[in-house]
Design a protein around this ligand. Structure first.
Ligand code: MG
Length: 183
């Protein structure tokens, strides 16, 4: 299921390091908001995410927010975080991602998407042809539609683990398990 699979799994955005990005030729990140940078619908910026954004900026990584949500949800958060944003991105459509990528003025080959959902973020990144750095959702999903999607994501992530897809930020034991099942 290569259209749905993420490129790499991270426990939190904070496990995405400048070293990882450099090693993979990634110079810019398109960032999902809900359950990636903050809890769904929240305007709060967790301190560790703020620190991570600072670390990315210091490393010269270009950043832009791309959300399927409405401007009235995205704009105040983007302003607070100090980032440009694209709302109504209609992921998995690649067009919103192209808009976001162009706003940073970087070629497609230097961009990755960071998000928490298979059927919007991961599919969108794969359709657009950029790496998908998938994070665990920050908070438990309340919306029934997203809970259903989480159930449908499970077999795709199980296959990802079976193939030995990389995981960053889980403890050593889990990493070993992921590696074992991949062999
Ligand atoms: Mg999300």
């Amino acid at each position: 299921m290569p259209l749905f699979a993420p490129t790499a799994l991270f426990r939190r955005v904070t496990y995405i390091t400048p070293e990882y990005l450099r090693a993979h030729g990634i110079r810019a990140l398109i960032l999902d908001v809900d359950n990636t940078l903050t809890a769904h619908g929240s305007q709060e910026l967790p301190p560790e995410v703020e620190a991570w954004l600072g670390q990315m900026r210091a490393a010269g990584v270009r950043l832009v927010i791309a959300s399927n949500n409405m401007p009235r949800r995205v704009a105040p958060f983007a302003k607070r975080v100090g980032l440009d944003y694209q709302a109504f991105c209609c992921k998995p459509s690649p067009f919103g991602l192209r808009r976001a990528r162009r706003s940073m003025g970087v070629p497609r080959g230097a961009v990755a998407l960071v998000g928490d959902q298979i059927f919007t973020d991961s599919l969108g990144a794969n359709l657009y042809g950029i790496p998908m750095l998938m994070v665990e959702p920050m908070a438990e999903d309340i919306k029934p539609t997203i809970r259903l999607k989480r159930m449908l994501e499970k077999p795709i992530l199980a296959r990802y683990d079976k193939k030995g897809g990389p995981r960053y930020g889980w403890d050593a034991e889990q990493n070993e398990n992921a590696e074992r099942t991949g062999k």
